[in-house]
Structures are given as structure tokens and as C-alpha cells.
Design a protein around this ligand. Structure first.
Ligand code: FAD
Length: 414
């Protein structure tokens, strides 16, 4: 690295998304010096608009709940699923694990800004439009190279620890050669915001609606209503399912919606007023979640799949765990990052993984619509859908693979 001015800090957090905002605020609340470096100017668009109730536990821990409650987001109480004429819903207020029963559906530009502003209000220094482009972990104190985007000025920061909350930027996985391909197939999401004008009597604005394509069970749609009469709408399908379809993204999304009559009915009055976007091959993995001088948070580490809206919850859970451990380390305690961070974090992520796999092979979809499931079983499944995937008291968390298999066999018997 060429010689540049070197700033000295205690902790640097890469990215001011949900993981970075929560981690930095939690560290600051424990009296540590934290610098957040964020490449973009906020507010900025981000996908991931339907939250799970568990993520509000971390918003509360970081002292940001009041600000989020005051922001006017759409309340969310659960998830509804539709497939052909089948419909079922899970209400987060009626679940196995104690914890929050409600959450929000949020425009992420606004939500992320609320969190980052709250972190700043609590004393965290957040620098926007500053990008990390190189990292050197060979010495005892890691050194990051930063570029100020406004004028190209470059400088370095040396610190005691780096938390990487860079999301799809995947800064340290790229710079430290930690990237690992996901073992999920390449899936593509095509999505937009619409003025929804929904007047369908069965539609519940306080739930995300997940609709399965009637002929292709691995293709599904999200409908996430906001509090301002608008909705986020998207389709997710294996990249191969797009072959032969219109290359124009709006036409492509409209065609998919037209193929799902129950969804087309819900959206029949919608005004399509926003450019349609896409994300291709969103799943990602890493070789390690931590190493000397760093830990990876949220999407910078692993991203499974959007189907259960778990991304922000995992991001915040990883932020809370890492901030707690780093506080102990900075207070002079020895911390075993693999056993206290990586392994327990992955346990919950792996629980979600089982149900994501079950969603795409159809077994978990059968379970979701299974009419004979007892109330207790539905409450246990509801806990996972609400984000409580680390609650080992829940048998569907403790033994997800075996439990799902047994239930799927029961469903198959009718
Ligand atoms: P991000 O929110 O991505 O924030 C990372 C920040 O780091 C960004 O602001 C970025 O600008 C900054 N950054 C990147 N590179 C650099 C750099 N070099 N230097 C400085 N800063 C940098 N999750 C849900 O919970 N609910 C959903 O409904 C949902 N739907 C989804 C739908 C799709 C199609 C996809 C692909 C994902 C979805 N997710 C959803 C997942 C969700 O988007 C992410 O899990 C979540 O945003 C992760 O938060 P984060 O803080 O880790 O990263």
C-alpha cells in the first residue's frame, strides 16, 4: 500500500445498512469509539422490505425502537401464503416462542436512514460516500484504505477491529479471498413498487403475501404492502425460468403475474409507475465468518434466499452478537469468535436453510398448507417465520431436518 495519512480508531464498521447501524450503536452504547464508513449517500434504495418480528428485538436493544415506531411504517403481523385456490396465514402474535408479535413492512431507503441517523444521534460517527477499497490484516492492527467519492481523496484507517456490514458489497470476503459460491441454484428476482389500489376483501395489508406460481412450484411472488397505498411486488425464479420470456423487465413481471390468477385479481387495479429492477444470483457464502481482527455481519457473510424475509433479521442478529463479543474483547476478556459467534450464528441460519430448501422442493409448502397440522405445530412453524430460528426449545429449530421430513410424510398421506 502507498503511504497515506493514517487515522487511528478503535472499531471500524463497513456499511451503514441494518447490520452496520445496529452494531455501531450497540458498541457506542458500551462506550467504544466507532467509525462507520458508507459508500453511498442516504437515503438509498435497498431491497428487503418485509421484516420479521425478531429483528425488532435488536432495534430495541440498540435504543432505536421509538424512532422506528414513529416513522409511520406499515405494521406487519404475519405472513399469508396463496397457491391456486389454497390460502393460509400465520399470525406472529400466536407463536411458540415468546417475543415480539408484530413488526413492519418498510421502504428500506427510509428505514435504513432512520437506523443510521439513530446510530449517529447516539454518537457514532458515520461518513457517507466513503468507500473501502483495500484491507491489510497482516499486522496486529488492521488497516483499511478509504476513498472519499466526492473528490477522490484517499486515506487509511488503522483500528483494533473491523466489522464488515457491507452487504452485497462483500468487502472483506472479496479483499481477503473468503468468497464461496452458494450451493443454491442461481435464482433471479424481478421487482418494483406499484400504487396498488387493492380492494380485494381477503387481502390483509398487515401481512406479506407469498403467492406460488400455479404450474411452477419453485416460482413465487412477494406482495409487501406499505402504509402509503403502495406495494413492493416481485417474482423469484430459477434463472432458467426466464428463458424465452420478454427481456423487458416490466413486461416480464406482468407476464408472470398474469400467470397467477389469484395474484392478478389482487393487483387488477394497480398502477405500474416505477421502473422494474432485477437481482440475479443473489445467494452467497463465505469460507469463514471471522478471522483475526474482523467479523462478517449480515449479507457480507452469507445470503440464503428472500422467501422467508430473514435477511434483515440475520443481519441484525449477527450485529448484536458481534457487538456483544467485541465489547467483551475490548474490555480485556478473551473471546473465542468461532465458538461464540460463527457457530451459534450459523445454527439459526442453517435452520432457515432447511426450510428454504423445503420450500423449493415443495415439502415445506405442503406443510404450510397442511390443514390437519395441530395448533402447536403451526405455532412452532410460526416462530420460525417470525424469525426466532435460534430458539432451541422449539423442536422445529432443534431438529429442523427430521421434523420437516416427518411432517412432509404426514402431509403426503393426506
Ligand atoms: P445492506 O443492507 O446491503 O447494507 C450494506 C451497506 O454497505 C450498503 O449501504 C452499501 O452501500 C455499503 N457498502 C457496500 N460496499 C461498501 C464499501 N466498499 N465501502 C463502504 N460501504 C460499502 N430481507 C428481509 O429481511 N426481508 C425481505 O423481505 C427481504 N427481501 C429480499 C428480496 C431479495 C430479492 C433479496 C435479494 C434480498 C432480500 N432480503 C430481505 C435480504 C436483505 O436485502 C438483506 O439481507 C439486508 O439488506 C442485509 O443487510 P446488511 O446490513 O447486511 O447489508
Amino acid at each position: 500500500m502507498k503511504s497515506l495519512e493514517v487515522e487511528q480508531r478503535q472499531v471500524v464498521v463497513i456499511g451503514a445498512g441494518p447490520s452496520g447501524a445496529i452494531a455501531s450503536a450497540l458498541l457506542k452504547r458500551n462506550g467504544h469509539d466507532v467509525l462507520v464508513l458508507e459508500r453511498q449517500r442516504f437515503p438509498r434504495f435497498s431491497i428487503g422490505e418485509s421484516l420479521l418480528s425478531h429483528c425488532l428485538d435488536f432495534v430495541e436493544e440498540a435504543g432505536m425502537l421509538e424512532a422506528v415506531q414513529a416513522a409511520g411504517f406499515q405494521t406487519k403481523h404475519g405472513a399469508a401464503f396463496a397457491s391456486g385456490e389454497r390460502y393460509t396465514e400465520f399470525d406472529f402474535r400466536d407463536k411458540f416462542t415468546a417475543g415480539k408479535g408484530s413488526t413492519y413492512q418498510v421502504q428500506r431507503a427510509h428505514f435504513d436512514q432512520v437506523l443510521a441517523d439513530e446510530a449517529a444521534r447516539q454518537g457514532v460517527e458515520v461518513r457517507y460516500e466513503e468507500e473501502i477499497f483495500a484491507a491489510d490484516f497482516s499486522a496486529a492492527r488492521p488497516r483499511l484504505s478509504v476513498r472519499r467519492l466526492a473528490d477522490g481523496h484517499e486515506y487509511q484507517v488503522e483500528c483494533g477491529f473491523v466489522l464488515d456490514g457491507s452487504g452485497y458489497g462483500r468487502v472483506l470476503p472479496r479483499l481477503l479471498d473468503l468468497e464461496l459460491p452458494s450451493d443454491f441454484p442461481v435464482r433471479r428476482a424481478v421487482f418494483t413498487h406499484i400504487e396498488d389500489r387493492i380492494d380485494h376483501p381477503a387481502f390483509d395489508r398487515e401481512k406479506i403475501l407469498i403467492t406460488t406460481h400455479p404450474e411452477m412450484r419453485d416460482v413465487w411472488f412477494w406482495t409487501i404492502p406499505f402504509s402509503n397505498g403502495r406495494c413492493s411486488l416481485g417474482v423469484v425464479a430459477d434463472a432458467k425460468r426466464y428463458q424465452g420470456r420478454d427481456v423487458d423487465l416490466e413486461a416480464c413481471l406482468k407476464q408472470f403475474v398474469a400467470e397467477a390468477p389469484s395474484l392478478a385479481r389482487v393487483l387488477e387495479n394497480a398502477v405500474w409507475d416505477t421502473p422494474v429492477r432485477e437481482i440475479n444470483g443473489y445467494s452467497a457464502n463465505v469460507k469463514a465468518l471471522q478471522g483475526p481482527g474482523f467479523a462478517l455481519l449480515g449479507n457480507a457473510a452469507e445470503f440464503l434466499d428472500p422467501v422467508f424475509s430473514s435477511g434483515v433479521t440475520i443481519a441484525m442478529r449477527s450485529a448484536s452478537m458481534a457487538a456483544g463479543l467485541l465489547h467483551r474483547q475490548l474490555s480485556g476478556e478473551a473471546v473465542d469468535w468461532e465458538n461464540e459467534f460463527a457457530i451459534p450464528l450459523k445454527r439459526g441460519v442453517d435452520t432457515f436453510r432447511v426450510y428454504v430448501e423445503g420450500w423449493y422442493d415443495g415439502s415445506f409448502q405442503d406443510v404450510i398448507y397442511y390443514e390437519k397440522a395441530s395448533d402447536d405445530i403451526r405455532r412452532m412453524i410460526c416462530s420460525i417465520l417470525a424469525g426466532y430460528a435460534w430458539d432451541e426449545k422449539n423442536p422445529y429449530v432443534a431438529e429442523p431436518r427430521r421434523r420437516l421430513r416427518v411432517l412432509a410424510e404426514l402431509c403426503a398421506q393426506g
